[in-house]
Design a protein around this ligand. Sequence first.
Ligand code: ZN
Length: 136
Amino acid sequence: MEGEDCIICSPAPGSLLLRESRGVVLLDDPVRVGHVLVGASEHVDGLHDLPPAVAGDVLSLAADMAAEIVGLTGAEKAYVAAVGDKDKHFHVHLVPRYAGDAGLGPHIFGSSGWVGTFGSDPSAVTAEDLHARLSR
Ligand SMILES: [Zn+2]
C-alpha cells in the first residue's frame, strides 16, 4: 500500500491541502464541510507502528488543523478518529461537530455502534492480563 497506491503518500490531484514536517493534510471524500485527514509524513501502517515522535507530530498537526476548522466553519469542535480499515497509512480523520448535531458517543458505544457491531469479545485476553502488561 506504500507509494503510488497510498492516498497519503500519493494524494489524488487537488486533494492535498498541506504537507509539512509534522505530516500531511488532505481531503478524501469528505463526509461534511471541514472533514480532513491528517497523516504521518512517512508511510507507517498503524498506530501500533508509530514512533512516539511521529505520533506527537501527527497529533500536534491535527490539533492545529482542528483549531483552523473550528475557526473557519464555526463548528463547536472537531471529532478525531483513527480507523485504518481502508487506507493503511496512519492518519486521523477530523470531523467537525456543529451546534445541534446529535452526539456520536451514544451511537458509537450503543447498540447500533460498536456494541452492536462487535458483539461479544472474542479475545482470550482479560482485563487483568492487560493491567498486568501495561502497569509497569
Ligand atoms: Zn503511505
